[in-house]
Design a protein around this ligand. Structure first.
Ligand code: URP
Ligand code: ZN
Ligand code: ZN
Length: 457
């Protein structure tokens, strides 16, 4: 049985093309102006729709202990929500906490993803490294052999961060393995000091969070990372870039001729600003919804990042989906913003929020680059994923640009009690979503199957 998507506009690496596309098994088997269906074929008329390669979210934290609490979304709920929004593959951050080897962490993340009722979207893993030791290079080599071709380190968070010397050593191994190092760029010492000062000044609510994590702390860390990467000759992905100052540091390094710099930003930094921390809500604590690191920034940062997206300076847009409920999780930090678990949800809504925000500015090809092709290329999923072509994976998102709907926690599939985009009027929606050739979601609702598998990169 083939599934034939008829009469759509295909978003291919060669450009837009009015054509039919056939899926069989786990592959795209035919693209042609017209595909004649056989008796057992299932045909969907997708006229008026854009047919994308399934979207890829290369920055998620599912079913993860982040130092304060477990995230609200498991692999089961997170990948289901992802698929409902059009995302067919995620790359999640497996984390080797201190005292845990990378091999143990990877095995644990596989167990988590294989548990429950399974994953709806495909998944790969980055490996986050929270301590450096003599054995780290060997462990990284084994990760590479197991299909983990990207690593992550932190320059902030005391329980996770490496020193500059350790970061440099890690970058040298990343270079030797032809891998990519994703880095959380904030100056951890500055953040610690400012958190202490803000609390001492009597500011304990969510509005203290951005005060303790200024743009300069990001820009300093971005700049330092890029110099370290230059010394090592390694490829780096600056994750969740949130500031104009950080962007200037990237531009400066690129202007110096440095190669191998990738930039990721997230929908929250392209649509929301730091006035959200003043949101009170019913119980005066709604600002906690936006406590994530880095924090939401000034409107000028939002503008600068949007311009960078339009100028082609951003390689991928990912979510940093790291969900915690407002009730029962984030509200444990009611008297001290440093105790609010950091992170927010977005895995389900990234394509719709981005398509709407950039409507009339980014066409389907650019959306494809930012949401599918870009992450596929940076993270070793290309050419199997991130493009529509015969022989590529049958992971496809049929997008209806004429759909109109409203984002709300009441109707979302993310297992969390809010969305930062409550009331957002979305233009466009994932109409049909296929993973491994199976129809997993229709018009934002799951269809049942859980074909999601581990993707070695
Ligand atoms: O606040 C956030 N972003 N939590 C997730 C961990 C990280 O820093 O990416
Ligand atoms: Zn981070
Ligand atoms: Zn993250």
């Amino acid at each position: 049985m083939r599934r034939i998507l008829a009469n759509g506009t295909l978003v291919t690496p060669e450009g837009l093309r009015r054509a039919d596309l056939a899926l069989e098994g786990e592959k795209i088997v035919e693209i042609a102006a017209h595909i004649e269906p056989g008796l057992t074929d299932v045909v969907e008329d997708v006229s008026g729709c854009w047919v994308f390669p399934g979207f890829i979210d290369a920055h998620t934290h599912l079913q993860c202990w982040t130092g304060m609490d477990w995230t609200a979304d498991s692999f089961e709920t997170g990948t289901r929500a992802a698929a409902c929004g059009g995302t067919t593959c995620i790359v999640d951050y497996a984390t080797a906490d201190r005292g845990v080897t990378m091999d143990e962490a990877l095995a644990e993340w596989h167990r988590r993803a294989e548990g429950g009722s399974g994953c709806t979207a495909n998944y790969g893993f980055h490996m986050a490294i929270a301590e450096w030791g003599e054995d780290s290079p060997g462990q990284m080599r084994r990760m590479r052999e197991a299909g983990v071709s990207s690593f992550k380190t932190y320059l902030a968070y005391d329980h996770l961060r490496l020193s500059d010397a350790e970061t440099l050593r890690c970058l040298e191994v990343v270079r030797d393995l032809d891998a990519v190092l994703c880095v959380h760029c904030e100056n951890g010492d500055v953040v610690n000091e400012l958190q202490r000062r803000v609390l001492a000044s009597g500011v304990t609510g969510p509005e203290g969070h951005p005060l303790s994590r200024p743009a300069e702390a990001e820009a300093d860390a971005v700049s330092r990372l890029l110099y370290l990467a230059q010394i090592a000759g390694a490829k780096v992905n600056v994750v969740h870039l949130s500031t104009e100052l950080g962007l200037l540091a990237v531009r400066a390094a690129r202007a110096r001729g440095q190669q191998g710099i990738y930039v990721e930003t997230c929908p929250q930094y392209l649509t929301l600003d730091d006035t959200r921390y003043l949101e009170a809500g019913d119980d005066g604590f709604a600002g906690a919804k936006y406590v994530m690191s880095p924090p939401l920034r000034k409107p000028r940062d939002v503008r600068a990042l949007r311009e960078a997206v339009l100028a082609g300076e951003v390689d991928s847009i990912a979510t940093d989906h790291c969900s915690f409920n407002l009730q029962g999780q984030k509200d444990r930090g009611r008297d001290d913003f440093t105790r609010i678990p950091n992170g927010g949800p977005g895995i389900e809504h990234r394509p719709a929020v981005m398509a709407t925000t950039f409507e009339g500015q980014l066409g389907p090809e650019e959306l494809c680059r930012l949401l599918a092709e870009g992450p596929a290329r940076v993270f070793g999923l290309w050419p199997e994923r991130g493009r529509l072509a015969v022989g590529a994976a049958a992971d496809v998102c049929v997008w209806d640009p004429s759909a109109r709907w409203t984002i709300s926690a009441a109707t979302q599939h993310q297992a969390v009690d809010y969305t930062p985009w409550e009331g957002f009027e979305a233009h466009g929606r994932a109409h049909l979503v296929y993973v491994g050739g199976e129809l997993v979601a229709r018009d934002g609702e799951p269809c049942g199957p859980t074909p999601g598998r581990y993707v070695a990169r």
